[in-house]
Design a protein. Structure first.
Length: 350
């Protein structure tokens, strides 16, 4: 650009002087020494102007544009991308333009790109903020749901514990006589079956005592059922106190009791039966504040030593027959059923 300006200024200066020299040629001024000196000085000044003015002009024009660039950069730094640099033919591709104009055009393009990128970035930041807010809300919701689930789990665990406890209580109730709190008929037969199977494998004996209160109906009819319940309770306590660990005392009927003695010989069973009969015979049963009663029991005993091919129901049947024998042969006695001879005899100690 400077070279072009110098050529233009050179033409503008030299052409007028050439015209002047041509006009003064062959005139009196040509011989005038002062005119020659003035012409030489004018030529020198013109040459100096040709050398200096283009640079100054370019510097002035460039300084103005640089100031525009500086202001533009300041606006961009502050985030203002809307006020672009004013350029002619903004839509052209920049071929054949001076470098400063190309630079200004590129600066406009960069400003637009920065604006687009910043808008995209702001949108991404906004989306990220919304996502974080949504995640925060979801986290609060999940925390609340988790707390509810934990509370529900605790309730279920508590409910399960209560149900398990209730189930155990029901099982106990299903196996317990409600009046005497000892085993009932169902528990007795299930336990006898388990013991029967275990003793059969080991060839060990098993004994059974069946007890019945003598003339119990007369107690109920005379003193009432409440008095009869007291007799039943006290008899259950007596039987329970004369059992060992592993024995089973049960109430299997109204006034009928059973005592299962696993791994017990006939002689040991007779001792237990005799002790219970004697305690009951000597006990004074207090029915109420003004009435007492003496009670006796009839007992049937059976012991099976050879359990092979023997049905557990036969043990109960044999002991029951022995009890029937005691009831119809004077009561307050102990009868023994012999499974080998299928005979029934009275115990010596009775």
């Amino acid at each position: 650009m400077v070279s072009r300006l110098r050529a233009v200024f050179l033409l503008l200066v030299l052409v007028p002087q050439a015209v002047i020299f041509q006009m003064t040629k062959s005139s009196p001024l040509e011989a005038d020494k002062y005119f020659g000196q003035a012409a030489a000085i004018a030529l020198a000044v013109s040459l100096l102007l040709v050398l200096a003015l283009p640079g100054l002009t370019v510097e002035w024009l460039a300084g103005k544009r640089l100031m525009q660039l500086r202001q533009f950069c300041s606006q961009v730094r502050q985030g203002n991308y809307r006020q672009l640099l004013a350029l002619p033919n903004e839509s052209c591709d920049g071929d054949g333009e001076e470098e400063l104009t190309v630079l200004m055009r590129d600066m406009n393009w960069m400003a637009r790109q920065i604006e687009v990128r910043e808008n995209d970035l702001q949108k991404a930041v906004s989306d990220l903020s919304q996502s974080r807010q949504h995640i925060g809300e979801q986290n609060k919701y999940l925390t609340a749901v988790n707390a509810e689930l934990l509370a529900t789990q605790q309730q279920l665990e508590q409910r399960t514990t209560e149900l398990e406890e209730a189930c155990r209580n029901m099982q106990v109730m299903a196996m317990t006589d409600p009046l005497t709190s000892i085993a009932n008929r169902r528990c007795f037969f299930e336990t006898m079956e388990r013991n029967f199977a275990a003793l059969m494998c080991n060839c060990r004996p098993i004994s059974l005592l069946i007890l019945d209160i003598d003339r119990f109906k007369m107690i109920n009819d005379t003193y009432g059922h409440q008095a009869g319940d007291k007799v039943l309770l006290e008899l259950a306590e007596i039987i329970q106190n004369n059992t060992r660990e592993g024995d089973l005392a049960a109430r299997i009927g109204g006034e009928e009791y059973a005592l299962l003695l696993p791994d017990t010989s006939l002689q040991e069973a007779k001792v237990v039966a005799g002790r219970i009969r004697a305690i009951v015979q000597e006990r004074v049963f207090v029915l109420d504040e003004s009435h007492q009663a003496f009670v006796t029991v009839s007992i049937g005993v059976c012991t099976l030593a050879k359990l092979i091919c023997v049905d557990r129901n036969k043990l109960y049947h044999y002991a029951d027959q022995a009890l029937y024998h005691s009831k119809h042969n004077g009561r307050n006695r102990i009868s023994i059923y012999d499974p080998d001879t299928h005979s029934i005899g009275r115990a010596e100690s009775a």
